[in-house]
Design a protein around this ligand. Structure first.
Ligand code: SF4
Length: 391
C-alpha cells in the first residue's frame, strides 16, 4: 500500500518537474526537433543528464511538492490550475531516491519544488531531504538543488553547502517581462538578488556547489532574443553563471496564456547556439546578428551569419591558424579545433578528407579555408544569405 502510494506520488511529482531543463542532456543537433525532451525509459521522472565533467548519468528529477501559492501564467503548477496536488515528506523522498539508487536506476537527484506556503518553509523541507541523503545515509553522488524565489540567505547558503549544483530560474530577462507572466514574483528582490548570492557562494572554497544555472521560458512574455541574450551575457560576466537553459513556451489549455502562439523550437535552438558561441567560442553579444526587432534569424546559424558578414576574416589557412581563428570557421567546433591544433604537431593537412577525420563538417567549413594556400571550396554564401534575409 505504502509502495503504491509512493509510486503514485512520483508519477505526479515527476511529471510536474518535467518542465525544468536544468542539466538536461542537450544536444544541439537534436534541439530543433524537440528530441532533447525525451526522457529515460524508466519513466518521465528519470532521464539522462550531462554532468559538468561531460559524463552522462541517470538523474531522478522530481518536485518536493506541486502545490503552489503562486500563479505564474505559463506554469502547470500555478495555484489557479485545478489538478492533483501531492507532496513528499523529506524522509520519504530520501528513501525513494536511495531505493532507485541501490537498484542503479538513478545515480543523481535533481530536486525542485513549487512554493507551498512560503519559500523558506518549502526550502526547509527540500534541505531536510538532502540532509537525510548526505548526512544520515552518506550519499555522495550528484545533487542539483533548486533555490526557490525569495528564499533567505541562510537557506541558499545551506543549499550551496550540500548540493553539487544549485540554480534559480529567472524565467524572464527583466522585471517588466517577468511581471507580465509571474505576478507574484519580484524580479529584483526574489530572483536577481538570489542569483548574485548564488554566484558568490559557488565561488567560495568552503561550499560544495561548484556551478549554478538558470532557465528562461522563451516567448511567454513577448520578450526579444536580444533581451534574453543580453541578460544571459551579463550573468556569465557578473555572477559567473555556469550555463543558461532555454525552454520554448508551449501554451497549456485552460491557462491565462492558452491562446498564445507556441514558441517555435527553432527559436530555442538559435538561443542555445548563441549561448554556445558565448561560452565555448569566445563570441561577444555585439557579434550576434539580430533583426530590427531584436529577433535572431530563424533561417540561419548565427555563427555562419557572422562568417558571411566578415569576409575580411577569411579564408584562413588550416595549417597555421590558431585555435581562436579556427573557432570562427563554420563547421569547426571546440573539439575539432583542439584536434586540429594537436594533430598539426605531427602532420600537415593536405585535403578535406584529413579534416573530416578531425570532426570538421567539411561541407560547411570548406568555403572559409585554404589548405596549403589553395582554396578548399567555393563560397556558398550568397544564396543562403539571401534566404536568411528573406526569413
Ligand atoms: S512559483 Fe514556480 S511552481 Fe509556482 S506557479 Fe510559479 S513557476 Fe510554477
Amino acid at each position: 500500500m505504502y509502495a503504491m502510494r509512493r509510486r503514485d506520488k512520483i508519477q505526479v511529482l515527476g511529471q510536474s518537474a518535467q518542465y525544468d531543463l536544468c542539466c538536461s542532456n542537450q544536444c544541439l543537433g537534436r534541439q530543433a526537433t524537440g528530441a532533447h525532451r525525451v526522457r529515460g525509459e524508466v519513466g518521465r521522472w528519470i532521464y539522462p543528464a550531462a554532468m559538468p565533467d561531460g559524463e552522462t548519468i541517470l538523474l531522478l528529477k522530481v518536485l518536493m511538492s506541486n502545490e503552489c501559492r503562486n500563479n505564474c501564467h505559463y506554469c502547470v503548477n500555478r495555484c489557479s490550475n485545478a489538478f492533483r496536488r501531492e507532496s513528499f515528506a523529506p524522509d520519504e523522498l530520501a528513501d525513494l531516491f536511495l531505493e532507485l539508487n541501490r537498484r542503479d536506476l538513478a545515480r543523481g537527484l535533481f530536486l525542485s519544488s513549487a512554493v507551498v506556503r512560503d519559500a523558506n518553509t518549502t526550502m526547509d523541507r527540500m534541505l531536510a531531504a538532502v540532509e537525510a541523503l548526505r548526512l544520515r545515509q552518506g550519499f555522495r553522488g550528484f545533487i542539483h538543488l533548486k533555490v526557490l524565489p525569495g528564499a533567505s540567505y541562510d537557506r541558499v547558503e545551506r543549499a550551496a553547502e550540500l548540493a553539487d549544483r544549485i540554480s534559480i530560474n529567472l524565467e524572464a530577462p527583466n522585471a517588466e517581462r517577468l511581471s507580465a507572466i509571474s505576478p507574484d514574483k519580484d524580479f529584483d528582490s526574489d530572483l536577481a538578488e538570489r542569483i548574485q548570492w548564488i554566484g558568490r557562494l559557488v565561488a567560495r572554497k568552503d561550499t560544495k556547489a561548484k556551478g549554478h544555472t538558470t532557465q528562461f521560458v522563451v516567448g511567454a512574455a513577448g520578450e526579444t532574443d536580444l533581451e534574453i541574450l543580453r541578460t544571459t551575457d551579463a550573468l556569465y560576466k557578473r555572477v559567473n553563471l555556469s550555463r543558461a537553459y532555454f525552454s520554448a513556451f508551449q501554451p497549456i489549455a485552460g491557462s491565462p496564456l492558452a491562446d498564445q502562439t507556441p514558441t517555435p523550437l527553432m527559436r530555442e535552438h538559435r538561443l542555445y547556439q548563441c549561448d554556445f558561441l558565448f561560452r565555448r567560442y569566445g563570441f561577444r553579444l555585439e557579434e550576434i546578428a539580430f533583426d530590427d526587432c531584436g529577433r535572431l534569424p530563424l533561417g540561419a546559424d548565427p555563427k555562419w551569419i557572422w562568417a558571411e558578414r566578415h569576409p575580411e576574416y577569411f579564408p584562413i589557412e588550416i595549417n597555421t591558424a590558431d585555435r581562436t581563428r579556427l573557432l570562427r570557421v563554420p563547421g569547426i567546433g571546440p573539439r575539432s579545433a583542439r584536434r586540429i591544433v594537436k594533430m598539426r604537431r605531427e602532420i600537415r593537412f593536405g585535403s578535406l578528407t584529413d579534416l573530416k577525420a578531425m570532426g570538421v563538417v567539411v561541407r560547411r567549413a570548406a568555403p572559409y579555408l585554404t589548405i596549403n594556400g589553395k582554396r578548399a571550396g567555393s563560397s556558398m554564401g550568397d544564396r543562403q544569405l539571401h534566404l536568411w534575409e528573406l526569413a
